[in-house]
Design a protein around this ligand. Structure first.
Ligand SMILES: NC(=O)C1=CN([C@@H]2O[C@H](COP(=O)(O)OP(=O)(O)OC[C@H]3O[C@@H](n4cnc5c(N)ncnc54)[C@H](O)[C@@H]3O)[C@@H](O)[C@H]2O)C=CC1
Ligand SMILES: CC/C=C\C[C@H](O)C(=O)/C=C/C=C/C=C\C=C\[C@@H](O)C/C=C\CCC(=O)O
Length: 318
């Protein structure tokens, strides 16, 4: 059970046993940083990110300049890394999360790093139609529209399996339907793209997390169906899903407690983690850019693991 004895913020780096402190203000460093920009809000970190004084004059030529994104579960982990990728590439970002205190702190740090008027924080639980809808409306009111949605919020708790379904699957469905209302070209929208965070567990079963596996399989299936639905309907909206393997975040900690009645399988899961390795949030988030900017990407499932990235092909049933 070695892996789970590490302190809350220590994580196992892929193929090397160095402990890493993953602090609240910077992303895990480690392997693969050459493939992704190390970003940090830690002022002591020699960041490669643009500073506010240059951000505005360089934003104009960035891939996502003029675009507005909404990210759920944006305050930490993969969602926070996605937020940074979007900001680094010129987008304005609405951060949605239930963690209000951390959200406001992050907002202040992001404004210092990327300039005023580029970010908005909305306290929003993806389980709540009212809160999610209000956040969309506030975003549209603030930035003039929504072009990108990252349905990223998710939990892993087999003991609270109904909540897991409500957040991981129903929350993604709710966000997608709200985005279709705002983006639909047939309803006055300007089109757009939705990125749903599934998981490698959305492509193959994690025996110790059957409900989590079900939610992620649901996200993959729903994404592919909505992508085809939109294409056939002429809505002008693309829908793709990102399927990370094991990623070094809070969700990845205290796994035995999260497995609940399946915790007897914790060792098997540890062996799977050791077999497959782990990746950093930056190594995951960098891939949203291709899913967002490549107009040919619709209905794609992009698997990201220590071995790299792979677009999944599914058996054709018709
Ligand atoms: N960490 C991993 O190994 C992997 C994670 N994923 C998925 O990536 C997504 C992000 O996970 P992590 O960054 O690892 O998790 P995390 O626990 O580090 O961050 C999740 C964020 O979502 C927020 N959140 C939780 N419930 C919410 C709700 N009801 N409404 C709004 N925000 C809520 C939390 O406050 C937190 O800021 C999840 O969908 C997860 O299932 C997929 C594959 C691997
Ligand atoms: C315990 C789960 C830890 C983190 C959850 C995280 O959010 C996440 O989504 C991680 C998913 C990783 C899944 C990785 C592999 C899934 C593999 C399955 O397809 C097969 C499962 C077991 C096969 C055993 C083997 O040796 O291949």
């Amino acid at each position: 059970m070695g892996i789970w004895r590490r302190t809350k913020h220590e994580t196992m780096t892929n193929n090397n046993e160095q402990n890493q402190q993953t602090r609240a203000v910077d992303f895990p460093g480690g392997r693969g940083q050459s493939r992704s920009r190390q970003t940090s809000l830690d002022p002591s970190f020699e960041s490669s990110c643009r500073h506010p004084s240059t951000s505005s004059d360089r934003t104009a030529d960035m891939a996502l300049s003029g675009k507005t994104a909404v990210v759920t579960g944006a305050v930490m982990g993969i969602g926070r890394a996605m937020t940074e990728v979007l900001l680094q590439n010129g987008a304005k970002v609405a951060l949605l999360d239930v963690n209000e205190s951390e959200g406001k702190t992050l907002m202040e740090a992001l404004e210092k790093q990327y300039g005023q008027g580029r970010t908005l924080f909305c306290k929003a639980d993806v389980q709540s139609e009212e809160q999610f809808k209000a956040a969309f409306e506030k975003t549209t009111e603030t930035f003039g529209g929504i072009d990108i949605l990252c349905n990223n919020a998710g939990i892993l708790n087999e003991g609270l399996w109904e909540k897991t379904v409500a957040i991981n699957l129903m929350g993604v469905i709710r966000g997608t339907y709200l985005a279709f209302e705002h983006m639909n070209k047939l309803k006055g929208g300007r089109g757009g793209v939705i990125i749903n965070t599934a998981s490698m567990a959305g492509l193959g079963p994690l025996p110790s997390c059957p409900v989590y596996t079900a939610t992620k399989h649901g996200v993959v299936g729903f994404t592919r169906a909505m992508a085809a639905n939109s294409a056939l309907s002429g809505y002008g909206i693309r829908v793709n899903t990102l399927c990370p393997g094991f990623v070094q975040t809070e969700l990845f900690t205290e796994i035995p407690a999260r497995l609940a009645q399946h915790s007897h399988l914790a060792d098997a899961t540890v062996q799977l983690v050791e077999k497959l390795g782990t990746i950093t949030v930056s190594e995951v988030a960098q891939h949203i850019l291709e899913l967002v900017t490549d107009e040919t990407k619709n209905g794609e499932a992009l698997l990201v693991t220590p071995a790299g990235k792979q677009y999944i092909t599914f058996p054709s049933v018709a």
